[in-house]
Ligand binder design. Sequence first.
Ligand SMILES: [Zn+2]
Length: 137
Amino acid sequence: MKVILRLTSEQLRMLKDESRKTYPAEACALLFGKLMDEEAVVTKVVVVSNVLRSPVKFEADPQTVFNVFEKADQEGLEFIGLFHSHPAPARPSMVDIKYMRLWGEAIWLILSSNDGNIAAFQKTNINLHEVTLKVEA
Ligand SMILES: [Zn+2]
């Protein structure tokens, strides 16, 4: 179980910019880096376009996602999780919770396009818990 997700302020700004650009559609990105026992450190953020261009759902193009995973793998990076923005509070929606089952123990970083709050969550086989965000310069 991960308790801390580390991001840089630069990565966070990039994610917020992307969400503003795609609004009202949901923005999405894949997060890679290093996984430790209780921490995940993001070193690479890859924005993927939301093929649904919808304000309530996101879906990335499977071929694009495959290529992004392959490249990160070549770079020796581990998959940490997914980022998306949605026009609701910064916690998983019912749809998100359903999709979480497809993504194993990936961390879900969620930005509310309503109030700009951001929070991270992880679903393990035991429960769904919030992951503390640590943003460093
Ligand atoms: Zn969502």
